[in-house]
Ligand binder design. Structure first.
Ligand code: ADP
Ligand code: TRP
Length: 323
């Protein structure tokens, strides 16, 4: 199977990105043909400083490598190194009804948060469709917030196939891969963890900062000795995504019986998060100290990605008559 996904370089990656997306990237690179990229064309809709953008792109590449995405197994690349994508985006845009984009929740949310409502932000899902369709992706691992974009991608592919296919499909129809257990990871205020809500715990935050942020997680005022419902506790909600089976059984039992306090849980939660990224933190320092190696990975990924993209772009150009 061809697996494909991308993340915008618009700030440091957080544990919502890790649990909702990157952990699945890691699992899927094992026995599939995986393509993972840094979506810097998309980031232009929110990052308006060239130096900062270049820095974020480098950081996400380094984060990918540190977390275990493996350039020998997966194709790791930067979106703008494959300019074919923007040409395909134009072809797709000509068969995309305005109404499909007008109903996009992500667009409306972003405008409400104060992003400029440029045409790029409006047409964002068409570029995303191009990202996916140009690699003949079968499966796209993402968090729940991307579900609508995946639906639009399929709708655009079907429409293009219908208009230009002449019996043979131009595009493959991709499927989203969204795990229920981590589809929406909560942030320290209980809302969806997101850069734009300022409620994130960053993967490579300093351990003292992680501990501080975990302490801020909002809980109720149930006393230590009182029984608690683990299913509605934000601390437990995050703890269970990092803890091993034994720890989980022990803590869950004590929640139900009473006797576990939020102070203790915050301490343990910070510990499991810090431990989960310990080895990655070391690998990160090593990659960051060798930008030339990161550049090599980027260049090799671009070459592979571009080759694959060219085939599909040519198919689309032929189908609609511009070639
Ligand atoms: P943000 O909302 O912080 O800007 P991105 O939009 O860059 O995050 O998301 C990159 C990937 O991480 C996407 O696949 C997205 O669905 C996933 N993701 C982001 N936040 C969460 C979350 N809180 N829970 C689950 N998945 C998430
Ligand atoms: N829109 C995605 C996000 O905000 C990033 C993205 C761009 C993407 N192109 C993609 C994700 C293609 C999956 C496939 O997270």
């Amino acid at each position: 199977m061809r697996v494909l996904s991308g993340i915008q370089p618009s700030g440091a990656l957080h544990i919502g990105n890790y649990l909702g997306a990157i952990r699945q990237y890691l699992a899927l690179q094992e026995s599939n043909d995986a393509f993972y990229f840094v979506a810097n064309y998309h980031a232009l809709t929110s990052v308006r400083n060239a130096e900062i953008l270049r820095g974020y792109v480098f950081d996400v590449m380094v984060d990918f490598l540190a977390l275990g995405l493996d350039p020998d197994r997966a194709t790791l690349f930067v979106q703008s190194d494959v300019p074919e994508t923007t040409e395909l985006a134009w072809l797709l845009t000509t068969v995309t009804p305005m109404g499909w984009l007008e109903k996009c929740v992500s667009y409306k949310d972003k405008v409400q948060q104060g992003l400029p409502s440029d045409h790029g932000l409006f047409a964002y899902p068409v570029l995303q469709a191009a990202d996916i369709l140009i690699y003949d992706a079968d499966v796209v691992p993402v968090g729940q917030d991307q579900k609508q974009h995946l639906e639009i991608t399929r709708d655009i592919a079907e429409r293009f196939n219908h208009v230009y296919g002449k019996g043979a499909d131009v595009f493959k129809l991709p499927k989203p891969y969204i795990l229920d257990t981590v589809s929406v990871v909560p942030g320290i205020d209980g809302r969806k963890m997101s850069k734009s809500y300022n409620n994130t715990i960053e993967i490579f935050d300093d351990p003292t900062i992680i501990t501080k942020k975990v302490k801020k997680i909002v809980t109720d005022s149930t006393a230590v000795e009182a029984p608690k419902n683990p299913d509605t506790c934000p601390l437990f909600g995050l703890f269970k995504l990092f803890a091993n089976a034994d720890e989980l059984t022990e803590v869950e039992r004590r929640y139900r019986e009473g006797g576990v306090g939020y102070g203790e849980m915050k301490k343990r939660l910070a510990e499991v998060i810090i431990a989960a990224f310990g080895p990655a933190r070391e690998r990160r320092a090593d990659w960051a100290a060798h930008p030339e190696r990161v550049a090599q990975v980027r260049a090799a990924g671009a070459e592979r990605a571009r080759k694959a993209a060219r085939v599909v772009l040519d198919r689309a150009r032929n189908a609609c008559g511009v070639a």
